[in-house]
Design a protein around this ligand. Structure first.
Ligand code: ZN
Length: 510
């Protein structure tokens, strides 16, 4: 074996351990009875420790040194060079994260998630607060150990969005607010109720599931390498490109919840399934920090794909002109006097509301800004855990003009903080912005893309995304991917243009 092959073999084993951890996490979030939480925590802690010991070891250091020497003169953009570089970067980083922090977090996270889930059900923030405090303390400890130059948030956001900092996000958010707030104001002023409310009917769960499953396959989900389950907080997770699972949740009246949830997670899954097979079990599909999504280069890059397929495709007029008849076949009574236009308008209602995952495209990013600002405050000490319900409600009123009637619909709505996922929220907004840049470039580069989307053929778009984004796994940063395929780095213009065009037409704005 060459030095590089030895290095590759060593990382492949780490990849196996991390993917086994992911299988246990998937199980915990879908099928595990609540009684299993504590012992599952032990299992995850043990495996996480083994993963970290495998990675932060003299062996890794030796293999890495030798592999670096072997690829020293190779093309800087080659997968081999990138695999070595990424491993070095995370090796230096992980060495600084105390083993106690990683294993304490792994033990605590499933219990904390369980407590959060019950607290959300019972509208009982006080019972969750001590767990949130512990998860926050662990994240602070990690930020201090890893180090940062600007804000402690920078050390944590690196796990999800390596090129973002508290300062760069502030600029991005300001640029977005400048476009979004006036647009939202105009929409609210022009809002008229729709002539029919499609969501007063009941939609049987199994039929919802079969329509969602069919649409997932239409946009390219390979079911031989995937499956769909129910989860209270839906997610996608992969154990290599050969096993990429999605989850959704159902509301018997509100059809869009499961349908767009399924399309969203399918978008994530298309990314994972589209990674070049040669990258399987390599550093370029290894999330060294044990977070997921694993194959994608950042949370934002990943989210750009879930949101592109969910919103820019699934909520487009063309999509409903093609697929409405099939929906009406499945729900003949409920859709009896509906048509594609009503469906299109019904799934694109803009309304400042309480729940992030149900938010429309125009208000969504305001939910993210609120969470990110709160995280920054918690990390720099400006905010206390016990103040959260009050701060949350005040910010909701300020940004969206609505006040949650209880904490279940407010500060307790998201799973992220219960698992210690501080720094992950901005990825959603970065993803929204990226998605518009990618789609604009695809339209410029793929001949006849409008026509193929217009008759429900998603393969030309999927092909462009595969060859420009998915296949590279983690080889290039989010900004490198954008630069290589669109010619520019992250910027808000295409996204704001997309929203303005779509919603001006929908709401008759001048
Ligand atoms: Zn997502």
């Amino acid at each position: 074996m060459t030095a590089y092959e030895q290095f590759e073999q060593h990382i492949a084993e780490l990849n196996d351990i991390l993917n086994s951890i992911s299988v246990l996490k998937w199980d915990a979030r879908t099928n595990m009875p609540s009684g299993g939480a504590a012992t599952r925590g032990n299992q995850l802690a043990t495996l996480s420790r083994i993963a970290q010991e495998h990675f932060v070891s003299d062996k890794t250091a030796q293999f890495l040194d030798a592999a670096e020497a072997e690829v020293a003169s190779e093309n800087k953009d080659s997968y081999r060079v990138r695999a070595v570089q990424q491993t070095r970067q995370y090796f230096e980083l992980v060495k600084h994260i105390p083993v106690e922090v990683t294993s304490k977090r792994a033990t605590l996270a499933p219990i904390s998630e369980q407590v959060w889930s019950e607290a959300k059900q019972n509208n009982d923030f006080a019972s969750f607060a001590p767990y949130l405090q512990q998860m926050l303390d662990l994240s602070k400890e990690q930020a201090e150990a890893v180090g940062y130059t600007g804000h402690p948030f920078d050390a944590l956001v690196f796990e999800y969005e390596p090129s973002a900092t508290a300062a760069s996000l502030k600029v991005l958010f300001d640029d977005l607010k400048a476009g979004l707030l006036p647009l939202l104001k105009k929409i609210v002023a022009n809002d008229k109720p729709l002539e029919k409310d499609l969501w007063q009917h009941e939609y049987a769960l199994d039929k919802q599931k079969s329509f969602g499953w069919e649409m997932a396959q239409k946009i390219g989900y390979d079911t031989q390498r995937g499956r769909l389950d129910i989860a209270p907080h839906p997610f996608e997770i992969s154990f290599t490109r050969n096993d990429v699972r999605i989850t959704t949740r159902y509301n018997l009246n509100y059809l869009p919840m499961a349908l767009f949830g399924t399309l969203h997670e399918t978008g994530h899954a298309l990314y994972e399934q589209g990674v070049d097979p040669s990258l399987t079990r390599t550093a370029l599909t290894t999330d060294f920090l044990g977070q997921y999504p694993v194959g994608g280069t950042s949370y934002g890059a990943h989210e750009s794909q879930s949101r592109l397929w969910e919103n820019q495709i699934g909520r487009s007029r063309e999509f409903w002109e093609v697929h409405f008849d099939r929906l009406r076949q499945i729900f003949p009574e409920q859709m009896a006097d509906a048509d594609p236009d009503l469906m299109y308008r019904s799934v694109n209602r803009v309304k400042p509301s309480l729940i992030r995952v149900e938010a429309d495209e125009v208000t969504y990013n305001l939910h993210i800004m609120l969470r990110t600002e709160i995280e920054m405050g918690l990390l720099d000490g400006g905010l206390k855990v016990t103040d959260l319900p009050e701060i949350w409600n005040a910010k909701m009123e300020e940004y969206l003009g609505v006040t949650p009637p209880n904490d279940s619909k407010g500060v307790l709505q998201d799973v992220h903080w219960s698992g210690g996922g501080f720094g992950s929220f901005p990825g959603y907004t970065v993803g929204n912005v990226m998605s518009a840049q990618f789609l604009k470039a695809a339209h410029e580069q793929v001949t006849g893309l409008d026509a193929s989307l217009g008759h429900g053929d998603y393969m030309p778009l999927l092909g462009w995304l595969q060859s420009n984004v998915y296949r590279h796994g983690r080889a290039y940063s989010a900004n490198e991917l954008l630069q290589r395929s669109t010619g520019t780095e992250l910027h808000v213009k295409p996204y704001l243009e997309y929203l303005e065009t779509k919603f001006s037409e929908l709401y008759g704005l001048s």
